[in-house]
Write a protein that binds this ligand. Sequence first.
Ligand code: SF4
Length: 319
Amino acid sequence: MKHFNSKELWLKQLSNTINNPHDLLTLLKLDNNIKLINNIKTKVSFSFRVPKIFVERMKLNDPNDPLLMQVLLNIKESRNFNKLTKKISLESNLVKFNLIHKYNNRVLILLNNSCAIHCRYCFRRDYLKDISNIKDNMDYIINYILQNKEINEIILSGGDPLMMRDKNIKVLISMLEKISHILILRIHTRLPIIIPSRITDDLCNILINSRFKIILVTHTNHANEINSSVIDSMNKLSKANVILLNQSVLLRNINNNANTLANLSIKLIQAGIIPYYIHLLDKINSNIHFLVTKTQANKIMKDLSNKVSGYLLPKLMYD
Ligand code: SF4
C-alpha cells in the first residue's frame, strides 16, 4: 500500500473519491432514491466525481442536502441534454491557446482540465476535456503577455489550477514573475474548500515568497461547505499574506434565498474570506434546472442587503 506523508495528504484524499451516484446514495442512507438516478448515467457526458472528505459534510437521510444537490445527477440533466441541441458556452469561443484576454488589464490562463469534484451546474463541463495541455502553449502565453504591457494581472483558472503539484506551481510562478509588468496573480480554485489539506506548507512558502500580490478566489456556494479544516487552511493562507475572496453561483433549491446567503457570508468571513461575487448561472443545456432568473436574483440580493453588512454583500454578476 502506498504511504503518503503529510505533504501528500491532499493527494490521498483526492484519490479517495466516489465515482458512482449509487455508492454515494448508499453511503448517505438514501437507498430509496437510487431508482431516481437509474438510466441517467448513460445519457450524460460529464462523469460523476465526489471526494469522500466532501461527502462527510453532507447530512445522512437528507435527499435535499445542499451539498449533495450540487453533485448528484438529476433526471432533468439528461432530459435537457437529449432535447436541446448541444451549444458550446460563450466562454469557450474566447479561448485561444489556453488564454482568454477579455479585459485590457488582465488575462485568464486555463491551466488544466481537471477538478477534484464534478459540479453538475458547471458551465465548463462540456468543454473541459477540450482544454489543451498548458505545456504545449506556454511559449505562446508568455510571448503574448510580454507583448501586451497593459496587462498587470494574471488569473489562473482551469479546471482547477491547484490540481497542479506544488513543484509545478513554483516553476510556473517563477516563469510569470519574469514578466516585469505583471503585479498581481489571482488563483480561482474550489479545491481548498473541497480538500482543505491542499493548502500545504510548501504551497504557502511558494506564495509568501513570490513578488506578486496573490489573491486566492475560492468557490463556495453554501455555509455547510466550510468546516473547521477549511477555516484552518484559510488561516494558513492569510498568514502567507494571501488575500482571500469568494465567488458563488446562485443555484435553485441550494442557495437561492437571502437567509442561506447571509449564513454563507458570515461563515466566509469567519474563515477570513470576503464574499466577492455571486454569479447568475451560465446556462448550458444540461444545467438549466439550477437556474435562478435575474428578477429572482435581484429580489434575493435586496433581501440579503437587509441581513448583512455591506462588506458581506457579494456583487451579483451576469454575463
Ligand atoms: S470545480 Fe469549478 S471548474 Fe470544476 S466542475 Fe466544479 S465549477 Fe466546474
